[in-house]
Design a protein around this ligand. Structure first.
Ligand SMILES: Nc1ncnc2c1ncn2[C@@H]1O[C@H](COP(=O)(O)OP(=O)(O)OP(=O)(O)O)[C@@H](O)[C@H]1O
Ligand SMILES: [Mg+2]
Length: 546
């Protein structure tokens, strides 16, 4: 009891001493010249610091003559801190940035929490007293941040907190900067800086919001991507390379390329669009891989058309090859030998083993946080080795438009929610969408044409879907004059699709030989059969491995 009253007395007297000191400091600051004021405030700060339970760290904008990196990092970090609440925040947009950022106004403060510890940041801006000579322009203002944390918390969090701030700032900078789409379409040649990739700014507008597919599957993919991006410690702990593979397969126009763009936009990654037909050897492929950066998506589109992957035993089975290996009946070990020759730099073909090494071998981990995406219209043409666990972690089937996907297209293209559509029309849409087996690309075309007349667009879409569903039904029913006529029409459409497909391939890779064009010309013609054999549902299916 006596002890408590003594403590109370000590605290009261300490508080009054502090009060007197604070009063004296204010008096000195108003009544005395700057030199005396500076000395006195230094003295008072020392006395305060002795009694205070906090410690303070000043992070000035200019450190001597250099810009203080930590100051910029703190500024960026605070710009995303959810705890920033204030009446006045400054807004900025950096050069080449795609986003606006908030910042603390002058002499404002904000609280932040890290590992359960509260830190207070103050943005201190004062006028420079004297303007000394400098080779570079110096602002009239002296800016800095003051970090205040409890003395007892300092050893626990300071280093980790500052590291966290630097990492977060680097991440924000990366996300704000324009992302790039790289291509190796120049063939094996390199530019003046020794880079085999050419790049353009990546501006594809596709996002997971605009992507029409089953919402549950979409959510699953988004979660998988999020887990991957946040999974550094998991991959380290389990001894796995920090990479993930996705195989997107399904008929043309179902959104495989759009999905890749959505993935890149979601994660903020660059894209490397690898044109396998431009790569001559396995070692060239490896060099390309070595020149990719972390946080990127490496894409090989239409993989069944890029390289003959169905026969792993054939070294040099690539369709377009200047120096095709004449020994086309090598066994697996011979193929491996061919591959090892490549490792010595003497090989002259690209093989499936080379591709597998690219995605899965030791070289695949020369960077980190990378995603491999392969697309194909014909999964059955791929070698099982490419589909095995650990290679492509997730197999995503992009199917014809389902009713759920259709609702997303209606919202995106017409701004119409399902609830706004007349009940009977909606029911009919639900009934025929699956049966019509139209791709999201086909449906988008109908909606784009009529987007100015929303009501008409929905009705017209229903008509088109009904027509298609009847066609499919007639074809399945077969027999009779009507059935034959439908099949005739269908065959004519398939022939047209095939022609279109060939034109597309010719445009994509004008240099390719006819062999490749022939191979790809089958791309569209057995779509119907494949689709029926793969699934009869109209939703997107995913298979996760690993
Ligand atoms: N699931 C989808 N959601 C939204 N739009 C889609 C979808 N699928 C296709 N589209 C539209 O159709 C166009 C073509 O789609 P995309 O190129 O992604 O198809 P793909 O599956 O990659 O076709 P291919 O097999 O021929 O490469 C896109 O620009 C997009 O506008
Ligand atoms: Mg595509």
């Amino acid at each position: 009891m006596v002890k408590a009253s003594m403590m109370k007395e000590i605290w009261t007297s300490l508080a009054s001493v502090m009060g007197v000191l604070a009063f004296c400091q204010t008096l000195l600051q108003t009544a005395f010249p700057p030199e005396l004021r500076y000395a006195s405030s230094k003295l008072f700060n020392r006395i305060f610091n002795c009694f205070s339970s906090y410690c303070y760290f000043d992070i000035t904008e200019i450190d001597g003559v250099n810009t203080n990196e930590l100051y910029n990092a703190v500024q960026l970090y605070l710009s995303t801190s959810a705890s920033i609440v204030g009446n006045r925040l400054s807004l900025t947009r950096a050069l080449n940035s795609t986003a606006f950022t908030f910042a603390l106004s002058n002499n404002d403060s904000v609280l932040d929490t890290f590992n359960g510890v509260t830190a207070r940041w103050e943005h201190v801006v004062t006028q420079r007293q004297t303007q000394s000579f400098s080779w570079r322009p110096i602002s009239d203002e002296k800016r800095g941040f003051t970090l205040r944390i409890r003395k007892k918390d300092r050893p626990i969090i300071l280093d980790a907190y500052l590291d966290h701030i630097m990492d977060t700032a680097t991440e924000i900078r990366r996300k704000n900067k324009d992302r790039l789409l790289y291509t190796n379409s120049r063939g094996g040649s390199i530019d003046s800086r020794g880079h085999p990739w050419e790049s353009v700014p990546f501006k594809h507008p596709s996002t997971f919001d605009t992507l029409a597919m089953d919402p549950a599957k979409k959510a699953e993919i988004i979660k998988d991507l999020g887990d991957f991006a946040d999974g550094q410690s998991f991959y380290q702990k389990t001894g796995r390379a920090w990479k993930r593979g996705y195989l997107l397969y399904g008929p043309p126009g179902t959104g495989k390329s759009s999905m890749i763009a959505a993935m890149a936009n979601f994660l903020g990654y660059d894209i490397y669009d690898l044109e396998l037909t431009e790569v001559s050897t396995n070692s060239e492929l490896r060099k390309l891989l070595m020149k990719t950066t972390s946080k990127s998506i490496i894409v090989i589109e239409d993989i069944d058309c890029s390289i003959n992957l169905s026969d792993r035993n054939k070294a040099g089975s690539r369709p377009k090859n200047k120096n095709t290996n004449t020994n086309t009946n090598l066994n697996l070990s011979a193929a491996a030998a061919a591959d090892s020759t490549d490792q010595d730099g003497g090989g002259n073909t690209i093989t499936l083993s080379g591709l597998l090494n690219f995605t899965d071998g030791l070289w695949s981990c020369c960077g980190s946080e990378r995603i491999f995406v392969f697309t194909t219209n014909h999964i059955e043409k791929l070698d099982p080795a490419l589909l095995r666990s650990g290679r492509m972690d997730m197999h995503i089937f992009m199917n014809h438009c389902s009713f759920e996907a259709l609702k997303i297209l209606l919202r995106n293209y017409l701004g119409v929610e399902a609830e706004e559509v007349e009940k009977q029309v909606l029911e009919e849409l639900e009934e025929v969408t699956g049966k019509a087996e139209m791709t999201p690309a086909d449906i988008s075309e109908v909606l784009i044409r009529k987007r100015r007349e929303k009501g008409r667009a929905v009705v017209e879409l229903l008509e088109v879907l009904k027509g298609k569903a009847a066609e499919k039904n007639g074809k399945r029913g077969g027999g009779g004059a009507k059935g034959e006529k439908v099949i005739d029409n269908e065959m004519m459409m398939m022939a047209m699709e095939e022609e279109e497909e060939q034109e597309k391939r010719a445009l994509d890779s004008p240099k390719e030989g006819s062999e490749l064009a022939d191979d790809c010309s089958n791309k569209g013609d057995d779509d119907d059969d494949d689709e029926q054999s793969q699934t009869t549902t109209t939703t997107t299916t995913t298979t996760t491995r690993g």
